[in-house]
Design a protein around this ligand. Structure first.
Ligand code: NA7
Length: 545
């Protein structure tokens, strides 16, 4: 049945970010022939593309790194609490070299199509470079925030200045000296880049649709003693992350916000705001009911709003920067360095485009319902078609020629965020329905890569040809993800977790908020129970079908 002349491999991996690299390493370890396709000209995924000024991870370096190789984790020296993009890119290149991964990666190549051939039970994969491959397994390591999104306002083709999206920033960097710059978007990318662009630009106008909660990052050089002490007990440290809620171990909250006194609450928020060792999750994990009770959450939200009013001198700007429309954390909170302070600079101006929306881009700038703006450079920090965008951008067709895009027309449906019914041997790393973006991605990536490669190893050992979830298991998991999501405040916000930032995208809470630890336990139980909820079959020929 094999298509004549089409080369065969055992596994195709799409993407050479952290997920794709670790997958390649593990799949090779099983003795499989693996082909990785990567659309960039280097490894690194997120850290390859997001080179905008100020880009850095907001999970601590000691936690945001691979744990699978003890020599790697012991030898690599981090320099900062939150490493910048360049350092993460160096790290990921080091990993690629150390495990000799490049020879199985084809760069500058985008996978355009993956079609399951039911007759031979193989996937037929095509790329934009004309590659065609026949493979048994396809693993999508395409990332949750990789399909970037430029606003759907007319006129961009008329704009005579330079324009950029933070998610595919030019490699050579951009010099904004002497320029009048506009930034659209105030999520993490806007929050990180705005203060640095303001240092160069002669004039900076920030177009904000929704103010976010921005907590001081307190980034600093890593204390060598701290690095040594974590490394001395790295296994225990990593294990605590794996068992935690967000993939970042913190002392568990013991009471609800209103079981504490006003002084206790205040002390906690002071620590979350001022302590140089704070983290992204300090606010969210302070009390047991932070993500389930609006009133509890609002004690933190109000604390942050008060700090904004304190920092920002112009009362109108301060008011516009204060988030009121969503609870703290229900849109991805940001870590910032001099973010609010930047609005005190005389050449920086905030425009509230919720009040006066952008109507069109013009040849010299942009026009809102109220005003005509002129500038030289336009920066879109407008985010991504999150979690599903990179998957639905590929023409993926499973049994019965059903397109993944069509199957997901009302929102993603998966079992464990790992597989989709009707798409045998297709696996997603940190897919919708898994903790992914609500966690320390490195912890989630390692867990998925290990689970998926173990599942493949088990198939190989048992001589099985296909693995896919039952529709019942997928329905039950999808309902569970939704149900747990709706026990929290998350669905009340217009966020990219809900698909709200993409016009026409179904409003579904995509990640799993049940917690990284419990989720891992569930995955392990499923595997231990003979891959409960999955159908695993020998080859049809071998089975005499
Ligand atoms: P985000 O967090 O999705 O932020 C995008 C920002 O752009 C956000 O403020 C959006 O406002 C704004 N936006 C998007 N479209 C428009 C239009 N059409 N007009 C005006 N403003 C717009 O992306 P980031 O790249 O900052 O961060 C992505 C993730 O990386 C982050 O969450 C971390 O996980 C790291 P909105 O809130 O939709 O009203």
């Amino acid at each position: 049945h094999a298509v004549k002349g089409v080369p065969e491999v055992d596994a195709v991996v799409v993407g050479a970010g952290f997920s794709g690299l670790y997958l390649l390493h593990r799949l090779r370890g099983l003795g499989l022939r693996v082909q990785v396709f990567e659309k960039g000209d280097g490894v690194g995924g997120t850290w390859f593309w997001n080179r905008y000024p100020g880009a850095r991870v907001d999970v601590k370096s000691m936690d945001y790194s691979f744990s699978f190789d003890s020599e790697l984790e012991q030898e690599w020296e981090w320099t900062e609490k939150y490493p910048p993009q360049e350092e993460l890119l160096r790290y990921v290149n080091h990993v690629a070299d150390r495990f000799d991964l490049r020879r199985d990666i084809k760069f500058n190549t985008r996978v355009t199509e993956a079609v399951f051939d039911e007759d031979v039970e193989r996937w037929h994969v095509r790329t934009d470079q004309g590659d065609q491959l026949s493979t048994r397994y396809v693993v999508m390591a395409t990332g949750c925030l990789s399909a970037s999104k430029v606003p759907e306002v007319p006129g961009l083709d008329l704009f005579r200045g330079r324009w950029f999206h933070t998610g595919h920033w030019p490699k050579e960097g951009v010099d904004f000296s002497g320029q009048r710059v506009a930034v659209v978007g105030t999520g993490s990318s806007g929050v990180q880049s705005i203060p640095l662009i303001a240092e160069q630009a002669v004039e900076l106008t920030v177009f904000q649709r929704t103010p976010n909660f921005v907590v001081p990052a307190h980034n600093h050089p890593i204390d060598p003693d701290h690095q040594r002490s974590v490394k001395a007990e790295y296994d225990r440290h990593r294990q605590a992350n794996r068992e935690s809620g967000f993939g970042i171990a913190v002392p568990p909250a013991t009471k609800g916000a209103f079981e504490a006194t006003e002084e206790e609450r205040q002390a906690l928020w002071e620590r979350a705001w001022y302590d140089r060792d704070n983290s992204l999750v300090t606010f969210l994990t302070g009390f047991t009911d932070m993500i389930t009770s609006k009133e509890a959450n609002d004690t933190a939200a109000q604390y942050v709003r008060d700090r904004i009013a304190e920092i920002v001198e112009d009362p109108e700007t301060a008011a516009a920067l204060q988030p009121h429309d969503h609870p703290f954390g229900t849109k991805r909170p940001c870590l910032g360095t001099n973010y609010y302070e930047t609005y005190n600079l005389p050449h920086v101006r905030l425009v509230n485009v919720r009040k006066t929306p952008i109507v069109e881009i013009t040849h010299h700038g942009l026009r809102t319902t109220q005003e005509d703006f002129e500038f030289d450079d336009l920066v879109f920090a407008t985010g991504f078609d999150a979690m599903t965008g990179a998957l639905t951008a590929i023409d993926i067709r499973g049994r019965g020629d059903v397109a993944l895009k069509d199957k997901w027309h009302a929102g993603p449906r998966t079992y464990l965020g790992i597989q989709v019914a009707g798409f045998p041997n297709l696996f997603t790393i940190t897919g919708p329905g898994s903790p992914s973006v609500l966690s320390n991605m490195m912890v989630s990536i390692e867990q998925h890569v290990e689970w998926v490669t173990d599942a493949i190893a088990a198939m190989e050992a048992e001589g099985l040809a296909t693995m896919e979830p039952t529709v019942e298991a997928e329905d039950a998991w999808t309902a569970h993800v939704d149900e747990v999501g709706h026990m929290t405040l998350y669905p009340t916000a217009d966020s990219w977790y809900m698909g709200s930032n993409v016009p026409g995208k179904p409003r579904v809470f995509m990640p799993y908020i049940g917690g990284v630890g419990p989720y891992r336990q569930k995955c392990d139980e499923v595997a231990a129970n003979g891959y409960e909820g999955f159908v695993r079959r020998p080859a049809r020929v071998a089975a005499g079908m």
